[in-house]
Design a protein around this ligand. Structure first.
Ligand SMILES: Cc1cc2nc3c(=O)[nH]c(=O)nc-3n(C[C@H](O)[C@H](O)[C@H](O)COP(=O)(O)O)c2cc1C
Length: 385
């Protein structure tokens, strides 16, 4: 039988394989947090404090992970999160990620800051596609981008609101990693020491579209972005308000979600704006370093707005157990960011597929162990008080 494990038996293995494959600057951009990286560690520590309360002697022989999310059936309670610059993990990594998600029967969210245009991802991967938007200072340009996503057939729009300014992330400065990618005194040795990435990723861009850059940006904006440190090169705005969200609601006819909600009151306000879903997220610990763990905020958001909007969550989910805990606390699904990105860096579509498979296997095993016949049955009874 063919071994599709890639030698990775959990997400930590995939991360380690990605670390070896990628230039340090790219790996750190994908993997690290912000500031002193307290939020990254705290996201994980919070899961450890939550204990499960298994039911015994339940027939789980026909157990299922299938859910209906925003009116659409999907095979697992997982969504691939938007990760900007995913095209640096693999040549056209966004297409690899989208194809892996499609094969697994789950949605893929394309980031505004992708190295493959939203139209190409739709044409070459298909599947259930969501589009993430960072609003730009010039709202008309953002509305134009949203219209492009609609025309290309994206099913849902995710408006990220937790990044009104580019985060600090000093390591990107130290590593000399920029978008558009550019050789600098600081990264040239790093890149040269990773010939597989140089030949398999960077050289392929150079031979086709040139230095990797953000392909969804309108021409006038592309021209203005001259190599800025990764994570700072995205254009964002610090003047976004609930009125903007209402305007987006008016323009976008399909499912609309707001990502980066960290308090119950904001979830209520988002529901008032007519969104379909909120994503409780601290950006994987990459924005506010003293943010609370999302698994702790989740029950407050579910209590405040769970009857009006679909509540999703992300940040730090590395195990099937983490996903089970979130569902038991009222989340309808979980987004995963770094894990599929690391998988993509290891083996493109096969690596992203492996990451999703690891979650699938871990969730499946745990469902049997805790007496859960279907993920929709998960509730507080599975959690220890
Ligand atoms: C490399 C990287 C790039 C990201 N880019 C974006 C982005 O462009 N837009 C966005 O809304 N979130 C972005 N995120 C955050 C993810 O969507 C998600 O919230 C986070 O990764 C979840 O945490 P996890 O990585 O621990 O699963 C990014 C995360 C990473 C790791």
């Amino acid at each position: 039988m063919k071994d599709n494990t890639l030698g990775a038996y959990d997400i930590a293995d995939l991360r380690e394989l990605a670390r070896r494959r990628l230039p340090k600057g790219v790996f750190e951009f994908f993997d690290r947090g912000n500031g002193d990286e307290v939020a990254v560690a705290n996201n994980r520590a919070a899961f450890e404090r939550i204990k499960l309360n298994p039911h015994m002697l339940v027939d789980t022989s026909a157990r299922s992970q299938a859910i209906t999310l925003l009116g659409k059936a999907q095979k697992m309670p997982i969504v691939v999160a938007p990760t900007g610059s995913a095209g640096l993990a693999w040549y056209e990594g966004e297409i690899a990620l989208a194809r892996a998600a499609k094969a697994a029967g789950i949605p893929f969210t394309l980031a505004t800051g992708s190295m493959t245009s939203l139209e190409r991802v739709a044409a070459e991967a298909g599947g259930s596609l969501w589009f993430q938007v960072y609003m730009w200072p010039d709202r008309s340009l953002s509305h134009g981008l949203i219209e492009r996503a609609r025309a290309a057939g994206y099913e849902a729009l995710v408006v990220t609101v937790d990044t009104p300014v580019p985060p600090g992330r000093e390591y990107n400065l130290r590593n000399g990693m920029t978008v558009p990618f550019r050789f600098t005194r600081r990264n040239v040795t790093d890149v040269a020491m990773h010939p597989r990435w140089l030949a398999g990723v960077l050289a392929r861009y150079l031979l086709t579209t040139g230095m990797p850059r953000y392909q969804n940006y309108p021409t006038q904006m592309k021209a203005r972005i001259t190599a800025l440190p990764m994570g700072r090169s995205m254009m964002v705005t610090d003047s976004l308000t609930w009125d903007d969200l209402r305007e987006i609601r008016r323009r976008w006819p399909h499912a609309l979600m707001v990502k980066g909600i960290l308090r119950a009151e904001d979830a209520r306000l988002a529901a008032d704006c007519g969104v379909d879903g909120v994503i409780v997220s601290n950006h994987g610990g990459r924005a506010v370093d003293s943010a609370r763990a999302t698994i702790e905020i989740l029950p407050e958001v579910v209590a405040a707005a769970g009857s009006r909007v679909t509540v999703l969550v992300d940040s730090g989910f590395r195990r099937g157990e983490d996903v089970i805990k979130a569902l038991a606390l009222g989340a309808k699904a979980v987004l995963i960011g770094r894990a599929p990105l690391h998988g993509t860096a290891v083996a493109g579509e096969a690596g992203a597929a492996r990451a999703i498979e690891i979650y699938r296997d871990e969730i499946d095993r745990l469902m049997a162990l805790i007496g859960c016949p279907g993920v929709s049955a998960l509730d507080a009874s599975y959690l220890a008080r």
